[in-house]
Design a protein around this ligand. Structure first.
Ligand SMILES: *Cc1c(COP(=O)(O)O)cnc(C)c1O
Length: 392
């Protein structure tokens, strides 16, 4: 028997390859912009989460540079030791004001924010209810928390209600994506807030894809639906998507934030993000709030894309967000679509199981305020041609 590491690991890789689920990394040689160079080839990209085009904004870059000159690069320690800089602190205060919450707490990534918050808030003897299409970081956090883990049907209030009725746990946490990362649709947040209040449950929303894209000032799903801190007490956002930088935050009451500082292990036991990244994020927050034309242009492009794709007979989902999936079914079909688009110079990623349920492999088109209408039209033309080429 061969017990070497490679011998034991190889079959799972072969199996994944045979199932058309093998994933490859591409080498990006430009900033995150619509016209990228990847593996030496030029593409028009429709797969970035940089929804407002701030990742490469000159003011954000400038701020990163000046702050790095002032503070250096590494933060050198965790927040609780000596790594909490005045830039982190100022950003937290600005994010709290932006969200209309008492306080906000920075995390180094969104994955860690979700892991930290959920494991600090519930444990053995409690119950966590999660939409079955929640982001992997939320699902992992629910499983790791030690609380009883219940997944309810996607956006199905009756299914959640029935589950809430049956539980007697003291702590009940309902967790959803504000805008679902692979389907692009909203969670029914006002109804979820009401249900949570009726059942003395707490509502947590991961708004990684809502912030910057929705709400009058870019305040995301909470602003879009007008949900207060009482209705939506645990609000999470990421900074690596529409903010164009890196990191994440949780916003809520003084007591919530102090609880996370004391008990959220992925907050405590990790190095603080570089202060210059926090400084750059302060600039992107100003741009995101102030320059609403980015949001307006983005929503015009989304509507334009949806009209065009519907005319081509493509199967879209019920999404008004920058995430516009085209459902194709089997893995091989989604891959063939993606490959043929690439051959025409368009980068659109095929999303397959286990990221999405079997039989719902898709192209995940994402639209950015940096795109022009002509670029969206070019994508629609290419989709039309490929749709006629790839067998159903
Ligand atoms: C991207 C994403 C995360 C993870 O955030 P990172 O900062 O990239 O770790 C969490 N939740 C959702 C819904 C996301 O889309």
């Amino acid at each position: 028997m061969d017990h070497s590491l490679d011998h034991i690991l190889a079959p799972a890789l072969a199996e994944r390859r045979a199932a058309h689920r093998y994933r490859h990394r591409r080498l990006l040689q430009t900033p995150q912009v619509p016209e990228v160079i990847i593996d030496g080839q030029r593409y028009l990209s429709f797969c970035s989460n940089d929804y407002l085009g701030l990742a490469n904004h000159p003011d954000v870059i400038q701020r990163l540079q000046t702050a790095a000159a002032q503070y250096g690069v590494g933060s050198g320690a965790s927040h609780l030791v000596s790594g909490h800089s005045s830039e982190h602190h100022a950003l937290e205060e600005e994010l709290a004001a932006f969200c209309g919450r008492d306080r906000a707490l920075l995390f180094s990534t969104g994955y860690m924010a979700n892991l930290g918050a959920i494991t600090a808030l519930v444990g053995q003897g409690d119950v966590v209810f999660e939409d079955r299409l929640n982001h992997a970081s939320l699902l992992d956090a629910g499983l790791l928390s030690g609380a009883r883990f219940q997944r309810f049907l996607h956006n199905d209030l009756d299914n959640l209600h029935a589950r809430l009725e049956k539980t007697e746990a003291a702590r009940k946490l309902i967790v959803v994506d504000g805008v679902f990362s692979m389907d692009g649709d909203f969670a029914p947040l006002p109804q979820l807030a009401q249900l949570a209040q009726q059942h003395n449950a707490w509502l947590m929303v991961d708004d990684a894809h809502g912030f910057g894209c929705f709400g009058q000032t870019g305040g995301g799903s909470a602003e879009h639906f007008g949900l207060t801190q009482t209705q939506l007490p645990i609000l999470m956002g990421t900074l690596g998507k529409a903010f164009g930088t890196f990191g994440a935050f949780i916003a809520g009451s003084e007591t919530l934030i102090e609880t996370l500082i004391q008990f959220a292990r992925p907050y405590i036991y990790t190095t603080a993000m570089p202060p210059a990244v926090a400084a750059a994020t302060r600039t992107s927050l100003q741009l995101l709030q102030r320059e609403s034309w980015r949001r307006e242009h983005l929503h015009q492009l989304i509507a334009h894309f949806r009209r065009g794709a519907a005319e081509l007979g493509l199967q879209l989902l019920d999404s008004v967000s920058p995430i516009q999936p085209i459902i194709l079914g089997e893995e091989a079909r989604a891959l063939a679509f993606s490959e043929q688009l690439a051959a025409r110079g368009f980068l659109v990623i095929a999303i397959r199981p286990p990221t999405v349920p079997a039989g719902s492999s898709r192209l995940r088109v994402t639209i950015s305020a940096e795109h022009s209408q002509a670029q969206v039209d070019a994508l629609l033309d290419a989709l039309d041609a490929v749709n006629q080429q790839v067998p159903a």
